[in-house]
Design a binder for this molecule. Structure first.
Ligand code: NAP
Length: 247
């Protein structure tokens, strides 16, 4: 292959869906950069697990919404693992709130992490990918970014923006041998879902899903790993649901 050494950066890789993606990639033996913001211990534990399995790994702190922090993170990864060839924009924050109760600060926080973060990481990763004429980018969007959701307008708008970014960038950099796709998960059992719904609400939701259950982080990680792989090279600009058939 043209890219001699796959180096994958997973933003928000410390826990939840990101952690499952890191584990899946580590099983392939790929070098993994585990980005975290607050969960240092979790990220370092995961890094040690990878290293013990003989997989090159690095835990890197950065708030993905800050361009200086993103620059420092990429430099750190380049100096330790090598240039990033595979990028997963997974870091995200949610907000369950009536639009009329949403502050300007809330809007900025959600948009900055969920949309500006992927923009900053793509912008920093792309020059090397274009240079080697190979790259894989997977953005973790949401069903809400497609369907919209009451009480979650701002979150849904950030994910809708990420979907538009995905499709646009896929056209822009496809000719350079780079694919850009998004996964739109339905409800996945992580701390994010726990913060939004009670146990009873989760049971009711699961009953509404044709698969009869909520998703696991591994359900998302399996698809993400495939989209990052060489055989997925003809899949570009797609938004793929992992939602148990839920609409
Ligand atoms: P989670 O368990 O709450 O984890 C969120 C992750 O994002 C954490 O690793 C966190 O890192 C990281 N993060 C948050 N702000 C960050 C920042 N400014 N800079 C760097 N990292 C930051 O959430 P999850 O459920 O795994 O969600 C992962 C992605 O899937 C998100 O984009 C989310 O919107 C999307 N998604 C989730 C669901 C669901 O039902 N769970 C459904 C659809 C889409 P630290 O802990 O280190 O701060």
């Amino acid at each position: 292959m043209i890219h001699k050494k796959p180096v994958c950066l997973v933003t928000g890789g410390s826990r939840g869906i990101g952690q499952a993606i890191v584990m899946e990639l580590a099983q392939k033996g790929w070098s993994v950069a585990i980005n975290y913001h607050h969960s240092q211990q979790a990220a370092e534990n995961l890094m040690h697990k990878c290293l013990q399995a003989g997989v090159p790994a690095r835990a890197v702190c950065a708030d993905v919404s800050q361009s200086d922090a993103v620059e420092d993170m990429f430099k750190d990864i380049e100096n330790t693992l090598g240039p990033v060839t595979h990028l997963v924009n997974n870091a995200g924050v949610d907000l369950r709130c009536l639009l009329t109760d949403t502050s300007e600060e809330d809007w900025d926080r959600i948009m900055n992490v969920n949309l500006k973060g992927p923009f900053l990481c793509c912008r920093r990763a792309l020059p090397h990918m274009i240079h080697i004429r190979f790259g894989r980018i997977v953005n973790i969007a949401s069903t809400w970014g497609i369907c919209g959701a009451s009480f979650e307008s701002v979150y849904a708008a950030s994910k809708g923006g990420l979907i538009a970014l995905t499709k646009s960038l896929a056209s822009e950099v496809g000719p350079s041998g780079i694919t850009v796709n998004a996964i739109a998960p339905g409800p996945i059992q992580t701390a994010m879902l726990d913060s939004e719904l009670t146990g009873e609400e989760k049971k009711e939701l699961a009953a509404d899903i044709p698969a009869g259950r909520l998703g696991y982080p591994e359900d998302v990680a399996t698809l993400c790993s495939f989209l990052l792989s060489d055989p997925a090279g003809y899949i570009n600009g797609q938004i793929i649901g992992v939602d148990g058939g839920w609409k």
